[in-house]
Design a protein around this ligand. Sequence first.
Ligand code: NOJ
Length: 551
Amino acid sequence: MRVGTHDDSWWSRAAVYQVYPRSFRDGNGDGLGDLQGVIDGLGHLESLSIDAVWLSPFYPSPQNDSGYDVSDPRAVDPMFGTLDDFARLVDQAHERGLRVIVDIVPNHVSASHSWFVEALSSPAGSPARRRFHFVDGKGEAGELPPNNWESIFGGPAWTRVKEPDGSWGQWYLHLFDHTQPDLNWVNDEVRIDALNTLAFWLDLRVDGFRVDVALGLAKDMTYPDLIDPIGMSQSLRFDLDPGSAEAVERRAALANSAIFDRDEIHDIYRQWRSLLESYGNDKMAVVEAWVAPERASRYVAPDTLHQIFGFDFLVVAWDAKSIRDAIQHGIDAVSAVGAPPTWALSNHDSPRVVTRLGDGPEGLARARALALIAHALPGSVYVYQGEELGLCDVEVPDSARQDPVWFRSAGREKGRDGGRVPLPWSGSQPPYGFTDRADVSLWLPQPEHWESWTVEAEGDDPDSMLNLYRSSLALRRSHSSLASEEIEFWSVDDDELVVFRRGADVVVVANTSDQWLPSPVAGSILVASGPVVAGDAGVEIGPNTTVWLQM
Ligand code: NOJ
């Protein structure tokens, strides 16, 4: 089969590296990651054959949700630097042949955004309130929330405000933390403001956008109760095997629901597409929208946006059938409309892939094997910082946790901090070259055992995860068969193997079992994630190992 992408747009084959700015690298010696740190780290990305860098939010923000609570979407938070730093970053990335994608957070703003501050001091029904979802409560005195919607971070999705005269008043909607009020996208001012934000960053020569909560902007403004409010809010969480009946059911319930994935959302993206095209045909947007495959193509139709994250590998079970299904889903979801599939093993919201697949040597072997599967697939691949080092989730002490999920669930859920710890670059003890300051405590503490997991140490080790990523991502770029749009699954007797051919002459064989297995195909080894022996009798593949074979 061929995947649907029939153009040569840069994103359709890109390897994109996600930078989480607080934790990537400190460039100004204050102990916190920043834009100068990203500039300093561009060489690392170049050595990985990365095509584009996606920056998670670096805008002014109280940091209640690590920057996804934006108080001014058209500026740089001083903790990360200045607009001049950003312009330098874009220049230097472009000079190295790297494109720049920035995050846009259109579903909500921070409670400290001037619009929300104005709304709080304005009366019910005022234009300032109509930029948000301010609604009267139920009950005799409006003391009950307007409906039963739940926040994705846990707890109710409504918070009641004190009116300017000090009395209890209306409720406002927040699908995330109470410091992240949802915007009302029926309001033209909201639409125009987002277009201004896109244009602002396009004028600064960014190449694309990652659209946060892209499935959430439109709401049913009659605010009906949901039948399963907790299930609905949980459906965006990365904790279910995509093939499981529960996951399928949850995703089906999202479709055109009161909160998510409403049909009218695409009017917004059509407007965005026109704006992007007015800047030329090499600007793109990738949407975060975990919807069922039959709904995904709506986000990437020729008149809407360009890519939708394929999230199945974030949750896929470690068995051959689940992996084959995940690949097939990823391709089916977008091919009909000619959009390229995308693959991601981790991101800042998910557990780190090594941890998810079992931690220790086994988790690492499986993560290496899954990476070689993903890097061999047609479409583009998203790499989350630290994934290329094979980092595990860090056991963050409860007293140091920062994620609103931890606070809103009253400690029942640990949240996402374990995968957000500042990166280790060099040296044998914290802060491992992340910052030049030895005396600083980092926003999340690094563990004591990262000495051999730094960029420097792994660079010197031919068998490291880093060198595996360097090899596979370089080959992915240079080998014409891997650049092709063709993929063909081979049916094999052994149900613990995933086997597919790419282009004319590369075959990928993944052994998901704990035993050595013979490869059904012969060939010379291009790259392998673990032990592989090629002899006269054919190719033998070690446990939890993927190999790329040149036929
Ligand atoms: C998705 C982002 O990836 C996540 O980190 C954030 O907490 C929510 N959207 C809210 O913006």
